[in-house]
Write a protein that binds this ligand. Structure first.
Ligand code: F6R
Length: 662
C-alpha cells in the first residue's frame, strides 16, 4: 500500500523523509523514491557550495534529464530536482542516496513507497513522477480513474510519458496548467485536481518554488501539520507523530501550501483560503501504526468501506454497460468457449470461491467447481484447455494453492490468479493476475481481503455473464449501482456495533456455537464460523440450514429449554432472500430445542424480532450482495468474543499469515 511523506523546513529533509518512509514500511510496498529540492533557505553557510555542485553532478547520473517539450515549464535559473528511486526496500533507497553523495542540507522534498497498481514494480514506475522538463515532481496514493483518457489527451499535446502509472498524468497536467499561469503553482494544482476522478493524496514540489510544497487529497488519507523545524505532510500518522501531534485533515479536493517557515496556507477547491481546525493526536507510535485501533483486525474491519470503493474504482464503462477487466487477455471467443470454471483456494479464500461459484453459475450459466487446493492437487482432476481455473490467495504464497495452479497449467487449463500481493509467487505461476484492492493485511485472520475477494468475484461473475451474452447492460448497471451503496452500508454497520457486542457477550462463555444459513447465507456462515474459531478458540461449526435435521441438531443442549445459561448459541443468517421463510422455520426448530438464536436480519424485519430478542440488523441489499454486508457483523462478533476471552486477536495461536508450507 502506497505511503507519502513530504517535508519543508529549516533542517535536512532527507532524514525526515526516510524516517517517515521507514515508519510506513509495515503497510507493504515494492519500491520507494524521493525528490529533493536543491535549494536551502537556511543560513547560507550550512551548505558548502562545493557540495551543491557535487549534488547536481550526481543528480544527472541518478536520473537522466528528459527532453523538455516545446513550451515546457523549464524553471530557468533554478537548480533541478534530485530524484532517486529504487525497487525494493527503503533501505535500498537510503543506500542509493548515500551513494549519490547528496550531502549537505536539502530542506524540501517528497518521498513515497509504492504498492504497484498500474504497471509492474520498477524504477520507471516508482514515484515521484515528473513533467517533461523535470521541474515538477509528484507523489500519489490512490487511483486516478480517468488517467487513460488524460494520458491520451496529454500525449496528443506533445507530452512524453516514461512510466505505465496513472500518476504520471498528474505531473504533466500540472505542467500544462502552470504554462497557462506561470508562477502560480497552487492554482495549477487546483485546476489539475478539478480534472481528476478517482482517489488521490498528492504531494507536489516544483523547482521554481523553493521551500514550498503543495498537497491535496480526495478519498485518500493525508494529514499535515506545523512542526518545530518546518511543515510536514504524510498519508499516515506514524510518519508524522515524531514531528507534530497537532495535525490538519483536508476535506476532499482542498489544498494546502506548506512553507519552509512552518506556515501552512489552506484553500478550498475554488481556491478560496480556508481555516481548518487542528486535531491533537493522542496515540503513541505503536498505537498510531494501528491507526488508534485496539488491534489490526479491528483496523482492517474498519477499512472495508474503502476496500469496496477501491474494488469498484475504474471497473465500469457505463456508456457501454460493460465491466472493465483489462488485466484479462482472454478473448471474447475464448470466454465463450470455456466449458467450466474450477476455483481453487484455501480457508477464507475458499469461502470467497464458494460465493463466486453461486454467482458465476447463476449469471454466466457456466458450471463451477470449488475445491480446497490441498485436495485438488492430489487428485487427478478433470481439466481441459477449455477449463478456466481461478486460484484465489490473499498472500499469493499459499503452498497448496501454488501447487494447484501448477497442476492446472500442466493440464493445459488457463489460470487466473486473484491475489492481494503484487509480485507474490502466484503472480508468476498464473496465466493472468487480477489484484484485489485490500491493501496490506496484517492481522492473521482475513477480513478485508475476504470482502475484496467477494466483491471482485461478484464483478467478475457479471463480466463473464456479459461476455457470454447472458447478461444485458441493465443488469450490469443495476449491480454496480447496488455495489456502490455497499461502502456506506458497511459504514452504517461499523457505526453501531452495540447489538453485535451484546450478542457476543452473551455467547462468550459457550462451549460451541453453530452457524446456519441457506444459499450464499450458508457460505457466509462457513466464513463466520472460521473467524470465530480461529481467533477466539470457541468451537464453531457452520451448516446449510436444511441439513441440521440430518444430524447437527443433536448438538443443541436441551438443558437450554430450562436454563438460559445452558443454551447453545446458533447464529442464523436470515437476511431477505428467496429462502427467507425456510430460514424462519429452521430458526423455530432450533428455538424449540432450547437454542439461543442470534439472527442476522435485514433492517425493518419485524417477523424475526417476534422469534428471538437477539437480532443484528444489516442494511437492505440484493441477496447476491448480502454476504458482503453480513460478513461484517460476523467478523466483529468473532472479535468481540476473542477479546472477551482474552485471546490475541491479531496473532491467534498456531496460525501464520501466509502458509508457505504444505
Ligand atoms: C483465515 C485465513 C486463512 C487463509 C488461508 C489462505 O482467516 O486467513 O484461512 O484464508 O490460509 O490464505 P491465502 O488467501 O493467503 O492463500
Amino acid at each position: 500500500m502506497c505511503g507519502i511523506v513530504a517535508f519543508t523546513g529549516n533542517k535536512d529533509a532527507v532524514p525526515v523523509l526516510l524516517g517517515g518512509l521507514f515508519r510506513l514500511e509495515y503497510r507493504g510496498y515494492d519500491s520507494a523514491g524521493i525528490a529533493l529540492q536543491n535549494i536551502c533557505a537556511a543560513p547560507a553557510n550550512t551548505i558548502p557550495a562545493g557540495d551543491l555542485q557535487a549534488g547536481r553532478a550526481q543528480a544527472a547520473q541518478t536520473q537522466p534529464a528528459h527532453q523538455p517539450q516545446p513550451g515546457g515549464s523549464q524553471a530557468v535559473g533554478h537548480p533541478p530536482l534530485h530524484i532517486i528511486k529504487r525497487v525494493g526496500k527503503v533501505a535500498e533507497l537510503r543506500k542509493a542516496l548515500e551513494d549519490a553523495h547528496l550531502s549537505g542540507a536539502f530542506y524540501t522534498g517528497i518521498g513515497h513507497t509504492r504498492w504497484a497498481t498500474h504497471g509492474a514494480p520498477s524504477e520507471a514506475n516508482a514515484h515521484p513522477h515528473c513533467d517533461c522538463s523535470q521541474t515538477i515532481a509528484v507523489v500519489h496514493n490512490g487511483i486516478i480513474e480517468n488517467y487513460a483518457q488524460l494520458r491520451q489527451e496529454l500525449q496528443g499535446a506533445g507530452h512524453r510519458f516514461v512510466s505505465q502509472t496513472d500518476t504520471e498524468v498528474v505531473a504533466h497536467l500540472i505542467e500544462q496548467e502552470y504554462q497557462v499561469a506561470p508562477g502560480k503553482l497552487m492554482q495549477a494544482v487546483r485546476r489539475t485536481v478539478a480534472r481528476l476522478s478517482g482517489s488521490f493524496a498528492l504531494a507536489i514540489c516544483h523547482s521554481a518554488h523553493p521551500g514550498q510544497l503543495v498537497v491535496t487529497r480526495n478519498d485518500s488519507p493525508l494529514a499535515l501539520g506545523t512542526c518545530p523545524d518546518g511543515a510536514i505532510a504524510a498519508s499516515d500518522t506514524p510518519a508524522l507523530i515524531e514531528h507534530t501531534r497537532q495535525v490538519y485533515y483536508l476535506n476532499d479536493r482542498d489544498l494546502a501550501v506548506l512553507h519552509q517557515n512552518g506556515h501552512i496556507e489552506f484553500f478550498d477547491p475554488a481556491g478560496t483560503p480556508s481555516t481548518p481546525t487542528a486535531v491533537t493526536i493522542e496515540w503513541d507510535l505503536e498505537d498510531a501504526q494501528r491507526g488508534g485501533y485496539a488491534d489490526f483486525m479491528l483496523k482492517e474491519i474498519s477499512e472495508q468501506p474503502r476496500v469496496i470503493k477501491d474494488t469498484l474504482a475504474g471497473r465500469l464503462d457505463a456508456s457501454q454497460g460493460r465491466l472493465l477487466f483489462e488485466e484479462l487477455a482472454l478473448s471474447h471467443q475464448e470466454l465463450a468457449a470455456a466449458d467450466r470454471v474450477v476455483i481453487v483456494a484455501c480457508g477464507t479464500s475458499y469461502h470467497a470461491g464458494l460465493i463466486g461459484k453461486d454467482l458465476i453459475e447463476t449469471w454466466a450459466r457456466l458450471p463451477v467447481e470449488v475445491e480446497v487446493s490441498s485436495e485438488f492437487r492430489y487428485r487427478n482432476p478433470l481439466l481441459t484447455p477449455q477449463s478456466l481455473v481461478i486460484a484465489i490467495s490473499q498472500s499469493g504464497e499459499t503452498a497448496d494453492t501454488l501447487e494447484a495452479v501448477k497442476l492446472a497449467r500442466r493440464a493445459g487449463a488457463h489460470v487466473i490468479a486473484l491475489t492481494n500481493v503484487v509480485g507474490s509467487r502466484i503472480t508468476m505461476e498464473a496465466n493472468e493476475v487480477i489484484l484485489i484492492k485490500a491493501h496490506l493485511e496484517i492481522a492473521v485472520a482475513a477480513t478485508k481481503s475476504f470482502l475484496a475477494q467477494v466483491a471482485l468475484l461478484t464483478l467478475l461473475a457479471m463480466h463473464l455473464a456479459r461476455q457470454r451474452g447472458q447478461a444485458c447492460d441493465k443488469q450490469v448497471l443495476d449491480l454496480y449501482r447496488h455495489m456502490q451503496q455497499l461502502p456506506i452500508q458497511i459504514s452504517e454497520i461499523l457505526a453501531n456495533t452495540t447489538s453485535i457486542e451484546r450478542c457476543a457477550q452473551e455467547c462468550s462463555h459457550a462451549q460451541t456455537a453453530l452457524f446456519i444459513g441457506r444459499g450464499v447465507g450458508a457460505t457466509t456462515c462457513y466464513e463466520g464460523a472460521l473467524k470465530l474459531k480461529e481467533i477466539s478458540y470457541l468451537h464453531a461449526e457452520a451448516f446449510a440450514a436444511g441439513e441440521i435435521k440430518h444430524g447437527p441438531i443433536a448438538l443443541i443442549n436441551p438443558d437450554g429449554l430450562a436454563d438460559p445459561a445452558a443454551q447453545t448459541p446458533v447464529i442464523a443468517v436470515a437476511c431477505k432472500s428467496a429462502t427467507y421463510d425456510k430460514m424462519l422455520a429452521n430458526i423455530e426448530e432450533m428455538l424449540a430445542r432450547g437454542a439461543k438464536v442470534i439472527a442476522l436480519a435485514t433492517v425493518g424485519d419485524a417477523r424475526i424480532s417476534e422469534l428471538t430478542p437477539h437480532v443484528i440488523f444489516i442494511p437492505e441489499t440484493p441477496e447476491c450482495l448480502s454476504p458482503i454486508l453480513a460478513s461484517v457483523p460476523l467478523q466483529l462478533f468473532a472479535r468481540f468474543i476473542a477479546v472477551a476471552r482474552g485471546a490475541n486477536v491479531d496473532q491467534p495461536r498456531n496460525l501464520a499469515k501466509s502458509v508457505t508450507v504444505e
